[in-house]
Design a protein around this ligand. Structure first.
Ligand code: NDP
Length: 443
């Protein structure tokens, strides 16, 4: 019996009222109150407190935080607006194949343009060309204004999420929209799955071309600032840290069509959780190891640098290979090989809200036979690899790995719930074959 795919939120009806209240009100409120100031505090710690979170809790540290608290500026707003406008133009103008994303719960199929690699290379070329080439600005410009940039984008994104909330209710782009009845939850989670404005898919523009494309520009600027402060080249630790992140981000754009089949796009509505997250949390937190290294340079040995680089590249490769495996199996309807053998697949069925029945392949061999989200292990290791060059004297460069581990473990649980709702007994059959969520024998 095919399962009907519901437009899910993680506010499941079967939850006890107290659990539901915690998940839909207390936890979102807590996150929305804590994450914006935390993003700024990390910047203060890296920039003004020598990367020491401990110093923040001294009288002098607290005083510094208050005195140096960055506020939004028009200059920062202009930098952000120019960057967003450039990304919009690159998305629209650069050639690229059209890609039809997966079917949504109500049966709509969003369309994306695949020109991420060209946009990534051109963005970096434009940024470095404008600074090192034409001398229009210093390559450290993002570092110089980073506090104000974060502050400005945080305020903007908070208002923008409010607009998204109203758009989802009054002018939804597709049938994939709904309200839970709780303003807090709907603002946090979003009311719409695939919002579009003037034909522009907002998830592709803001997740991929703003958040993910801003990340490389930010870290390259951080490396340039460190080079300026050292009157030479960036140190080895910074080179390994930034180099690995650039490889990872390049991989992201190379695999952009795969991202459109990820939970961020297929499942998570476009509210504070995703939209504020990609616009503010990614620049503030994902860049922390490089942010830390600008003012607290670390000297590392060549063998240690090689170890970090090899660990990072191998993990990026394994993560990519796992994502590619499931995409390839589905694209070929199982007529391919996985680790040299015919893939072990389950033909799972589900229904969309219009009552139509569909079929999906669940891969139960290769990486997807080790555990149901084994690819999260290399994702965590690659983040660890670009944090290790920052040494072991401070916690701040490791905050991202810690956050990512919690995020991915939570995600594996959420994805299980979503897939059980979607595929019913077929998902249970997959779970019977592949018992563990992430790490065999542990979780
Ligand atoms: P996944 O790659 O885990 O994909 C989950 C979806 O894949 C499921 O909802 C289901 O969707 C389908 N699926 C599940 N099991 C199988 C199977 N056995 N065979 C085929 N398809 C299956 O999604 P994520 O969004 O969590 O991760 C995507 C990538 O992004 C990963 O590489 C991850 O590491 C990375 N990531 C990075 C983060 C970061 O902040 N750095 C955060 C989160 C993810 P369907 O409805 O199509 O069946």
């Amino acid at each position: 019996m095919p399962s009907t795919q519901k437009l899910t939120t993680w506010a499941g009806d079967s939850e006890r009222p107290a659990v539901r209240f915690f998940r839909t009100t207390v936890a979102p409120l807590f996150l929305m109150l804590v994450t914006p100031p935390a993003a700024i505090v990390f910047w203060i710690v890296c920039t003004h407190l020598d990367g020491s979170l401990q110093r923040l809790f001294t009288t002098g540290g607290l005083r510094t935080a208050v005195d140096r608290w960055p506020w939004p500026t028009w200059r920062a707003a202009a930098l952000i607006a120019v960057f967003l406008a450039v990304q919009l133009v690159l998305l629209k103008v650069l050639p690229g194949k059209s890609y039809d994303g997966p079917l949504s719960p109500t049966g709509s199929r969003p369309r994306y343009k695949l020109n991420g690699v060209a946009a990534f290379l051109l963005t970096l070329a434009l940024f470095l060309g404008g600074s090192c080439g034409a001398g229009l600005y210093s390559a450290g410009i993002v570092w110089d204004h980073f506090g104000a940039i974060l502050s400005t984008i945080i305020v903007f994104a908070l208002f923008f999420c409010l607009l998204l909330y109203y758009k989802g209710i009054h002018r939804p782009s597709t049938g994939d929209h709904s309200q839970s009845g709780s303003f807090v939850f709907d603002y946090y989670w979003g009311t719409e799955l695939h919002p579009e404005v003037l034909g522009v898919n907002l998830k592709q523009l803001l997740n991929c071309r703003f958040g993910m494309m801003g990340w490389p520009v930010i870290i390259v600027s951080f490396a340039a600032k460190q080079a300026e402060l050292r009157h030479g080249w960036p140190g080895t630790a910074m080179l390994v840290c930034v180099g690995l992140q650039l490889v990872y981000i390049f991989k992201f754009f190379y695999w952009e069509s795969g991202y459109f089949t990820s939970l961020d796009i297929m499942h998570d509505r476009f509210g504070y959780y995703i939209c504020w997250g990609v616009m503010c949390w990614v620049p503030a937190v994902y860049t922390l190891p490089a942010q830390f290294l600008v003012m607290s340079p670390v000297t590392i040995s060549v063998p240690y640098a090689v170890f970090c680089a090899v660990l990072g590249v191998a993990s990026i490769w394994a993560n990519y290979a796992a994502d590619a495996q499931r995409q390839r199996v589905r694209a070929t309807d199982g007529k391919t090989t996985v680790w040299g053998k015919a893939p072990d697949v389950i033909r799972a069925t589900y229904r969309t809200a219009d009552g139509k029945e569909h079929e999906s392949l669940l891969l139960a061999s290769g990486y997807w036979g080790i555990a149901r989200h084994f690819h999260y292990v290399p994702e965590i290791l690659l983040a660890l690899a670009w944090s290790l060059p920052a040494g072991f004297n401070h916690f701040v460069p490791y905050f991202y790995v810690m956050f990512l581990t919690i995020l991915l473990l939570d995600r594996s649980v959420r994805d299980d719930k979503r897939c059980r709702l979607k595929y019913g007994a077929d998902w249970d059959a997959y779970c019977a074959k592949v018992r563990w969520k992430v790490v065999p024998g542990i979780f």
